[in-house]
Design a protein around this ligand. Sequence first.
Ligand code: 6R9
Length: 642
Amino acid sequence: MDLSPDSAFTAQANGTADLYDAAAADHEAFWAEQARSRISWATDFERTLDWDDAPFAKWFVGGSLNVAHNCVDRHVEAGNGDRVAIHFEGEGGDTRTITYADLQKEVSKAANALESLGVETGDRVAVYMPMIPETVFTMLACARIGAPHSVIFGGFSAEALHTRIADAEAKVVVTTDGQWRRGKPAPLKAAVDAAIHHGDDESPVEKVLVVKRTDTDVEWDDSRDVWWHDLVPGQPDTHEAQPMDSEHPLFILYTSGTTGKPKGIFHTTGGYLTQAAYTNAVVHDVHPETDVYWCTADVGWVTGHSYIVYGPLANGATQVLYEGTPDTPHQGRWWEIVEKYKVSILYTAPTAIRTFMKWGADIPAKFDMSSIRVLGSVGEPINPEAWLWYRKHVGGDKAPIVDTWWQTETGAIMISPLPGVTTLEPGSAQKPIPGISAEILDDDGNPFTEPEKVGYLVLTKPWPSMLRGIWGDPERYKETYWSRFGPKYYFAGDGAKYDEKGNIWLLGRVDDVMNVSGHRLSTAEIESALVSHPSVAEAAVVGAADETTGQAVCAFVILRGDAVDNGEETVQELRNHVAKEIGPIAKPRQVMIVPELPKTRSGKIMRRLLKDVAENREVGDVTTLADSSVMSLIKEGMSSGS
Ligand code: 6R9
């Protein structure tokens, strides 16, 4: 199979081979050029990078800009107001076409509305919403005011919402009455109410702005709650966008770390927008005049931030925004959308591709998908079988696939082929894009290049869209990312290796973070949710290989002495308890009730051994266990019924 780029594709591609040379010749000059050519600055910057106080970076120092102006107004000013920004497709089939001129009005009204609720520059706004246009309007309205948003995925529970609202001290929450899920309404605002009335803590939330989406009954507090339809439509549809400092915080996004407490990763203005726009242009190869782009992520994750909201809109692209699940009302829904809007660039996750593989190739075959010319993958390693299936059944055996490695922390794509330049290698993200530098280190922190040797991925130079820290916890930022191999290397937490051709293969997390359907979940967070149940004495969680979701949550639980083991009923109760504490995505696939957990002499749980059990393997080396009979106890206990 010839996977070198097609010459016609190369001829029109945004990403060219000379970008690698330019970036290698002068890292800072390269990024300064990207910033000036892709972004409109109200004040030009004086210094490209200030790394004097490493690892606290400042990019495009002295510059000022407004992100919403860049994503909306400037396209209207350039005469592209009639271009479609968003083709919205509701789960139930309702649609909305939003041009850039419409978007400018909607964002302005939303910004005026938020200001009328007391939101000022610097205040935090929590966004707990489904995939509807108002979510995009809200995020851009926040950017316009300079009020950092904290989007919380609609699948998270009231408990998770509470911790995130409290940590960011959000003044306003924007939500909906409910969200559509497989044809049924699921409540959302109820979780906001519960998050605000949490224990005795005084909530920082002053106002809750509620979009009506599902006509679900909601409790109402007149002093706090405001309907979107009562407040927003009547606002003036113009709003002056004030320039923000290049380093003004744009958003906070919580992600799982190795401890139970989620980390508020925060990103700032100029650097983030520059790299989001640059990567969407050179990696996805977006041509705003002709392409229809569709990123299937939820805006609650970083992929939705960078590749639904900020990157494509900064580039003036036309995109599809789809509210629902891929199998509503039938398993060909995505392909029907591709056919309907003539989607030319599709960006999705391996877990979705593996699900489609299971459903069968005859489903996409029923639709005309000849419009597709670029495919992207993100969220976890894509296995070569899924890559080949995606290429053949979605990409018509011709579309290049860009396997993009990056993280909430990196803000934008870091390692990926360029579709007009790179000869593709199924299953590998291949190499750092121009402007990014990575290496693989051994246990002692020495870089190596031998093929097939496994090490740790690190990034060796600061990049514009890098996280600026963990909200409220600068020490944890240094400790988590810049101490494992010393202050010179950003430690990504991923294992990696090179192949014979020098391609980088990402091998999954090396810390206690699982990747379930491309979502990061921490073992510690789920363990602490389990232990919060009155029947549980101790819990250990591992991510076990799963054909569809990549990894699946498997929990081993020791019950308290006074708790009754009701077999399947107890198991279900514990699974539901996790869903309630964190959210349905964290619900364990399996809960195994065991008499003991395998521990080292220093008391550390040996998850490696539990993983062997969860993956039905022969249990590995048990010599470092404090009590080497524990594993047979666990296996016996499991086979005797629980
Ligand atoms: C964008 C996003 C980050 C973690 C990351 C890694 C895994 C993401 C990947 C990939 C292999 C890819 N990951 N993309 N692994 N190949 N193309 O997913 O951000 O939710 O923060 O997750 O996801 O393990 O460290 P985030």
